[in-house]
Design a protein around this ligand. Structure first.
Ligand code: PMP
Length: 388
């Protein structure tokens, strides 16, 4: 394109690609629209039986307008109680929480409010694909830690420019849950170097049956260095509603509030009103379904092992991060061939970092066990057919 064309993108955007997982999902939607049956193991959501919202009990004026840009007070209070009662992280609903249009934007607002140009932000691979891009869009420098480096070795990645470490617990795409010792180490590292710990807990309900989720912020109740991100998307099975939130020290929330006011104004009023009203019934409804999908996830780990496919360690979420073993294909080529030849969609591991190009993410949230089995049979076949 002509360098002076009014259609030229900014130099920054020219370095940014589409989110690979969303690109694959769009491809699936397009294929399905033309009559193809796709075994969809690429979606970043779990499908639950959740009733359609009924707004009949509300006055139109309660629904149609902007609402408080910190988030509807009733929902803030309910979410504060959720973190306080269930995870031992006390939250002042008036000053320490902000609800916005999804946790993806919550992370971006938090980064915009804290990262200076040139600041480094440490992201742990496999890392959810938007962290590095968002850091980059804020003028920061993402510092990626390869997947085989342990948490206790993170000192090596901290420099005088490090501003924050993003910890995704439980992790998308591996399903890994951080141990108490690892969380303690991260807090100690943050204290020692004056860093912000950004704890993305979007999948906190998706832990293995019989285990208890430990919120990162519980060990920092004064929120001196921990900022917590969470979402209604996954735990409530309503990712399309776009409701997420951030919990942080009131001084940070004040900064994030400004950015929210300039970019979003407020999370959707009718949806947050409905959620405040139906919080308990919704979570009661999804919790057994969450437990079942986590059980399925761990069963599928067994099916993969039976086929000689290794996964990165993990027990939570509805994702598995599977090794391509002897295949000589890169993960993008593998995912494309799998989709084209077998009608099975997965997300290429390269989306989660350079160290992850020999993996694919398998999501078990949107398909029946029988179809998941069909999908992993196809993965095993393609690995065998493309071996060196
Ligand atoms: N964090 C992680 C780890 C995710 O996987 C996702 C969605 N895939 C998000 C944040 C964003 O979720 P949402 O914007 O729907 O709240």
């Amino acid at each position: 394109m002509d360098g002076r064309s009014p259609l030229r993108p900014s130099a920054l955007l020219e370095t940014v690609d589409q989110a690979i997982s969303i690109k694959y999902n769009n491809l699936v939607y397009d294929l399905e629209a033309t009559g193809h049956d796709i075994v969809t193991l690429s979606l970043g959501e779990s499908f639950f039986d959740v009733p359609a919202p009924d707004f009949g009990g509300f006055e139109p004026d309660e629904l149609h307008h902007y609402s408080h840009s910190r988030g509807l007070p009733e929902l803030r209070r309910r979410l504060a109680k959720y973190y306080g009662d269930e995870f031992g992280l006390p939250v002042d609903p008036d000053h320490e929480i902000l609800i916005t249009a999804g946790s993806k934007v919550a992370i971006y607002l938090a980064l915009l409010a804290t990262v200076e140009p040139g600041d480094e932000v440490v992201v742990l691979e496999p890392s959810w694909l938007s962290y590095a891009t968002q850091v980059w869009l804020c003028g920061g420098v993402p510092v990626s830690v390869p997947h085989d480096v342990g948490v206790f070795e993170l000192d090596r990645y901290v420099t005088g420019r490090t501003r924050a470490i993003i910890v995704n617990n439980p992790n998308n795409p591996s399903g890994r849950v951080y141990t108490q010792a690892e969380l303690d180490f991260l807090h100690e590292l943050a204290e020692r170097h004056g860093l912000l710990l950004v704890a993305d807990e979007a999948y906190n309900e998706f832990v293995a049956p019989g285990t208890r989720f430990v919120a990162c912020g519980a060990a920092d109740s004064g929120k001196r260095h921990t900022l917590t991100i969470n979402s209604m998307s996954k735990n409530y099975g309503i990712s399309g509603w776009r409701v997420g939130y951030v919990i942080a020290h009131r001084t940070l929330i004040e900064q994030i509030l400004k950015v929210n006011q300039h970019l979003i104004t407020c999370a959707p009023t009718p949806l947050t009103r409905y959620l405040a009203e139906n919080f308990d019934t919704l979570i009661e409804r999804t919790r057994p379904q969450i437990q079942r999908v986590v059980e399925t996830r761990n069963e599928v780990a067994g099916w993969l092992a039976e086929r000689g496919i290794e996964v990165l360690p993990g027990s939570a979420t509805f994702y598995l991060f599977a090794s391509l073993g002897d295949s000589t294909l890169g993960s993008d080529a593998f995912a494309e061939r799998l989709l084209r030849e077998s009608g099975v969609s997965v997300v290429p591991g390269i989306a989660y970092g350079e160290s992850c190009d020999h993996y694919v993410r398998i999501s078990v949230g949107a398909e029946t066990p029988e179809r998941i089995r069909r999908g992993i049979d196809a993965i095993a076949r393609l690995i065998a057919n493309t071996g060196g």
